[in-house]
Design a protein around this ligand. Structure first.
Ligand code: SF4
Length: 478
């Protein structure tokens, strides 16, 4: 099989994605430059929410250049990596003021001299704001699809872009990039390319590098923008004169928005390179299939138990991976969902230890609200694949959470069930805090010492000894 010809590919992309352009809201080239810089690893929807107010406050490059950096950071915080982004925006705007009279330049050569602006961002601005075919935008989707179609064998975006610029006539570059992004999101997805029924299936060599295409008939789901975009500010349709209402993401925190109280102590953590890499991994996983818990519940444990309220920390390992179970708290399932086997054993011990009748409900939210931080070591999982997000960076992040809890002046009780959790004991000062180690409640081990271990009364005794209120372990029946 050869590779698709440029005219045929363009023709078919045009038929399927006739209006492919960008979905960031903007009114001036400066707005678009700023929005594009903020869109790295963030949804266009979230960026548009942030820029609605941002663009009212900062109208010129001079406004950004002279802004108080902390204020600017706060304004862009919901887009994630806010320190780097605020700094990059400010430095780019200072360069605009110093070298271009405050105006966004209209050539690629000048654009890429701006701090933090590479070809991809420059192409977005030049293509869209100035309608200049400066090149083809190459993000992770375009890179992947181009390689699969045999349009480029290169790894570096600049080389892929050069190959695509040779393939496609210059006057089609501004359409081609966004259309390829949509094709990558909707059909040629990272993990399950829907080759059967793909617009270019008859001409594509399908260089899938070990990825199996989805079975015939199982067309890839067309999704709204993923929770965190894989390195792309590019999406569908927008123009300065045609802004349209859009549905906003559900409330709650996402991977980039820590709950307020934890933001104080962990903000630096999500700015670190490992977390950025982790976020990209989780985004690609969500793009390819189902990941539990949903994005806005990844930090539920931190949301329900603010830092200052933590009195007990229970450490689990991996989120439940079956449908509708995981909601961001270890051992707990969503309200109304039947308790899984480990939780059934916890309930048995709860009754034997403190006389609480086992409820049919598997939600431990009432414990979390009393200061019991129900933390898993890994906070996401691919549906039906246990431990699939292990060793991707979550352990580093949750170790940081444990260390911060360890730093609390008030004594905390740490409950470590099983060998995995007990490895974390090294992070805890057991002279100041109480560390309870015990057998894991899993059906595989519960009979080897979990039953009869009386963890709940032990926790309450430790809390009372340090002058803290005991936990009311009772749970609603349903
Ligand atoms: S979905 Fe399959 S046929 Fe279509 S572009 Fe991707 S690899 Fe080629």
């Amino acid at each position: 099989m050869t590779t698709p010809s440029g005219p045929v590919l363009l023709d078919r992309l045009k038929t399927k994605y006739p209006d492919a352009r960008y979905e960031l809201d903007w009114a001036t080239p400066l707005d678009l430059l700023v929005a594009t810089m903020l869109a790295a690893q963030c949804t266009d929807e979230r960026v548009n929410r942030v820029t609605k107010d941002l663009f009212r406050t900062y109208r010129t490059a001079g406004d950004y250049a002279s802004a108080d950096l902390a204020t600017l950071e706060e304004a862009v915080k919901p887009t994630g990596f806010y320190r780097q982004k605020a700094k990059a925006v400010q430095e780019a705007c200072r360069a605009l003021v110093a070298r271009f009279g405050g105006r966004v330049p209209e050539t690629m050569d000048e654009m890429v001299t701006l701090p933090g602006v590479a070809r991809k961002t420059a192409n977005v601005v030049l293509n869209t704001a100035f309608n200049l075919p400066s090149g083809v935008i190459v993000d992770t989707h375009v890179a992947r699809v181009s390689r699969r179609m045999g349009l480029s064998a290169a790894e570096k975006p600049e080389q892929i872009e050069a190959d695509l610029m040779r393939l496609v006539p210059e006057d089609r570059w501004t359409f081609f990039g966004p259309a390829m992004v949509l094709h990558g999101r909707q059909t040629c997805t990272a993990r399950a390319p829907a080759c059967s029924g793909c617009l270019i299936e008859d001409q594509c060599p399908k260089r899938l590098d070990g990825v199996a295409p989805a079975p015939p008939g199982a067309a890839a789901k067309s999704r709204a923008a993923p929770a965190i975009e894989a390195n792309a500010p590019v999406t569908k349709v927008s123009s300065p004169t045609k802004a349209r209402p859009r549905s906003l993401e559900p409330g709650g925190s996402s991977m980039y928005t820590l709950p307020a109280s934890w933001r104080q102590v962990l903000a630096d953590e999500i700015e670190k390179p490992y977390f950025q890499e982790l976020a990209r991994f989780v985004a690609s996983e969500r793009e390819a299939g189902q990941v539990f818990p949903p994005d806005d519940e990844v930090f539920s444990a931190l949301e329900l138990t603010p830092y200052e309220d933590v009195r007990v920390l229970v450490l689990g390992q991996d989120p439940y991976h079956d449908d509708d179970q995981a909601h961001g708290l270890c051992f707990s399932v969503r309200p109304g969902v039947k308790p899984p086997p480990s939780l059934v054993n916890i309930y048995k011990e709860l009754e034997s230890d403190v006389g609480v009748k086992p409820p049919k409900n598997g939600s431990l939210i009432p414990w979390a609200k009393q200061g019991v931080l129900l933390l898993n070591a890994v906070l996401t999982v691919r549906a039906h694949t246990a431990n699939s997000h292990k060793d991707r960076g979550w352990e580093t992040f949750t170790d940081a959470v444990i260390k911060k809890v360890n730093e609390k002046k008030q004594p905390v009780v740490f409950l470590l069930w099983g060998a995995y959790a007990q490895k974390k004991a090294r992070l805890i000062d057991d002279k100041r805090h109480t560390v309870i180690k015990g057998v894991h409640p899993s059906p595989l081990s519960a009979r080897n010492g979990f039953f009869g271990s009386k963890p709940f009364s032990t926790i309450n005794r430790a809390l009372e000894a340090s002058g803290s209120k005991p936990i009311d372990w009772r749970l609603p029946e349903r």
